[in-house]
Design a protein. Structure first.
Length: 513
C-alpha cells in the first residue's frame, strides 16, 4: 500500500490500516525524515524514527528525566549486553519498568502525532508479522491519536480529501470510543458538535459565511475520524476502527491472542477500570491531577469525567453495567462537591461571606470559622473517610446493590462504632439483603443501646419487625416511638394498621391526644 501524502492525508492511511486490522510496518518518508509505525491487528504498538529528537534517550534527557551521566551509563550497557536502551535504563536502576512503559508510550504518541501535519511525502505499508516483542508493545488509542492529530493539520485541500463526500449525513455518536471531554474544545468546535446533535451534512458543519472554512473542516474531520461523529446512514459507511483501551504504558496481556473487544465489552472494561481507580477518590491515581494542582484543575477533570460517565451510561446495554456507572458517577459527584467546598488556597482556609450577607445582629464576637472539607486522597482518614463511606453506602442503596452496601456500612461502623445512625444504616442494608436480614436485628439493638430515647430508631426497628412478620414486636416498637414523641405521625399511622380493632386500640389512641 502506497499513499501520496500530498494528495491523501496521513490520517486516512492510519485509519485504513486500523479499520482493516492489518499487521506490519508503515514507513513514512518526508525529506530526510523516516518514521515507522508498527501495527498489530490494526493497533499501533510501537514507533521509530531516524530523527535524534524522536529517540527515547534524547527525549528523556531533554525532559530532564535522566541526566547525561544516566544516558552514558545506559548507552554503555546497551553495547556491552546488547540490550535496548529502555532495558538498559531499568538494569541501571534509573527507571522502573512501569515508568519506562509510560515514557515509551509518550514517545510513540509524539512520533505518530508528528505525521499528521505532513503535506508531502510517501507512506508505504509492508504486511508481515509484528517484529516488536510483546513486552515492548504499548497500548495507545488510535481514536485519540486521530482526534488530536487532525487538529494540527493546516492544509485546506487535505482536510477536504480526508472528509470525502461532504454531502454525507452525520450525527453525534451515542458514546465516543475514547475519553472525550467537550470542555477542552474551542467555541467553534462546540458549535459544530451542537449542530451535529441532529442529523446534518458535513458540508453544513464546515460552512461559514463565504464558503467552507478550514477551521470548521478540521473540527468536522477530527470528530468524524475519531468516532465522536458517526455516519447517520450506515450503508456505505466506512468500517469502524477496533476499540483499544489506552493505558499509556506497555501492554499487560497477550493482545495478539485476544479477539478485539466489542463496543459493549470495551465499555465494560473501561467501567471496571474506573471502579478500581475511583475506589479511594485518589486524585492522582484516578484523575491524573497532581495533589499540588489548583482546585480549578481538579474541578475541570471531574466535570470531564462525569460527562464521559453520562455518555457511557446512555450506551450501556445492561442494568448491571449501569449500576457500576452510577457508583462511579456518585463518587465523582461527591468529590466534585468537596472540591467546590474546599478553600482555593492554604492561605484562605475559609470562604468569605457573600457581599449581601447581613451584619450580625449583636456586637458579640464572631464564632471561629468552621473548617472546610478537605479533598480526600489515597489513605483517607477522619471526616473525609466518613463522608466517603456514607456517600458510597448511599449510592449502593440507591442502585439496590445491598450486598456491597452492607460491606460499606460495616466499615463505617468499625470506624465510628458509637454512632447509632451508622448502625441503623447497616441494619437497614442487611434487612434489604435476604441472606443477612435476620442479623439486622442485632444492629438495631446496638443502635437503641446507644440512643434508647430516639423515637425514630424505635420506628425503624418497628418497620423491620413488620417486614419480618413479627407483628407483636412491631407494635411494641411503634408504641415506644409514640410514647417518646406523641407527634410522630409515621409511627401513629403504622399503629393504626398494626393494632387490632378492639378495646386495646382505644388505649393506644389515647397516646395520640
Amino acid at each position: 500500500m502506497l499513499t501520496d501524502l500530498s494528495v491523501t492525508p496521513f490520517a486516512e492511511a492510519l485509519r485504513q490500516l486500523s479499520a482493516e486490522e492489518r499487521t506490519g510496518d508503515l514507513q513514512v518518508r518526508a525529506g530526510k525524515a523516516v518514521k515507522t509505525l508498527f501495527f498489530d491487528h490494526g493497533r499501533v504498538v510501537f514507533a521509530g524514527s531516524n530523527l535524534k529528537k524522536d529517540r527515547l534517550g534524547e527525549a528523556l534527557v531533554a525532559l530532564g528525566r535522566i541526566t547525561d551521566a544516566d544516558f552514558e551509563t545506559a548507552s554503555r550497557l546497551m553495547k556491552e549486553h546488547k540490550r535496548r536502551f529502555g532495558e538498559a535504563l531499568v538494569q541501571a536502576g534509573v527507571m522502573d519498568a512501569k515508568e519506562l512503559g509510560g515514557a515509551v508510550a509518550r514517545q510513540v504518541k509524539q512520533i505518530v502525532l508528528s505525521l499528521f501535519p505532513l503535506e508531502e511525502g510517501l507512506a508505504s505499508f509492508e504486511e508481515r508479522p509484528s517484529t516488536i516483542p510483546l513486552e515492548y508493545m504499548v497500548s495507545i488509542s488510535v481514536h485519540r491519536m486521530l482526534y488530536v492529530g487532525i487538529r494540527t493539520m493546516k492544509s485546506h485541500d487535505l482536510l477536504v480529501a480526508g472528509l470525502g463526500d461532504l454531502d454525507r449525513w452525520v450525527t453525534v455518536a451515542a458514546v465516543p470510543p475514547f475519553s472525550f471531554g467537550v470542555r477542552k474544545c474551542s467555541a467553534e468546535e462546540r458549535e459544530v458538535l451542537e449542530q451535529a446533535r441532529r442529523r446534518v451534512t458535513l458540508r453544513r458543519l464546515a460552512w461559514a459565511p463565504g464558503g467552507l472554512a478550514t477551521s470548521r473542516l478540521r473540527a468536522a474531520y477530527a470528530f468524524l475520524a475519531s468516532g465522536v461523529l458517526q455516519d447517520a446512514e450506515k450503508p456505505g459507511a466506512p468500517p469502524e476502527l477496533p476499540v483499544q483501551m489506552e493505558t499509556s504504558t506497555f501492554l499487560l496481556s497477550a493482545l495478539r491472542h485476544q479477539p478485539a473487544p466489542t463496543g459493549q465489552e470495551a465499555i465494560r472494561q473501561e467501567v471496571a477500570a474506573e471502579l478500581e481507580r475511583s475506589a479511594h477518590l485518589d486524585r492522582e491515581a484516578w484523575l491524573k491531577v497532581s495533589r499540588a494542582a489548583p482546585r480549578e484543575d481538579l474541578v475541570r477533570a471531574l466535570e470531564e469525567k462525569m460527562e464521559r460517565y453520562h455518555a457511557l451510561r446512555e450506551a450501556a446495554g445492561d442494568d448491571a453495567l449501569r449500576t457500576d456507572i452510577d457508583v462511579v458517577l456518585g463518587r465523582a459527584s461527591s468529590m466534585l462537591r468537596l472540591a467546590r467546598q474546599a478553600p482555593a488556597s492554604a492561605a484562605a482556609p475559609a470562604v468569605p461571606a457573600p457581599a449581601d450577607t447581613p451584619p450580625p445582629a449583636s456586637p458579640e464576637p464572631a464564632a471561629p470559622p468552621r473548617p472546610r472539607a478537605t479533598l480526600p486522597t489515597g489513605g483517607m482518614t477522619g471526616s473525609a473517610q466518613i463522608e466517603h463511606l456514607m456517600m458510597e453506602g448511599h449510592i449502593r442503596m440507591t442502585v439496590s446493590d445491598y450486598a456491597n452496601a452492607v460491606k460499606v456500612y460495616d466499615r463505617l461502623v468499625k470506624v465510628q462504632p458509637d454512632v447509632a445512625a451508622h448502625r441503623v444504616k447497616l441494619a437497614i442494608a442487611m434487612a434489604c439483603h435476604p441472606p443477612l436480614a435476620k442479623q439486622a436485628e442485632r444492629e438495631f439493638y446496638e443502635a437503641l443501646r446507644l440512643e434508647p430515647n430516639n423515637a425514630d430508631l424505635h420506628y425503624q426497628f418497628g418497620l423491620y419487625y413488620r417486614k419480618m412478620k413479627v407483628r407483636s414486636r412491631a407494635i411494641a416498637e411503634m408504641q415506644a416511638a409514640v410514647r417518646l414523641n406523641p407527634r410522630h405521625r409515621a409511627a401513629r399511622e403504622e399503629l393504626e394498621i398494626l393494632s387490632p380493632r378492639d378495646s386495646a386500640l382505644t388505649s393506644i389512641r389515647k397516646l395520640f391526644k
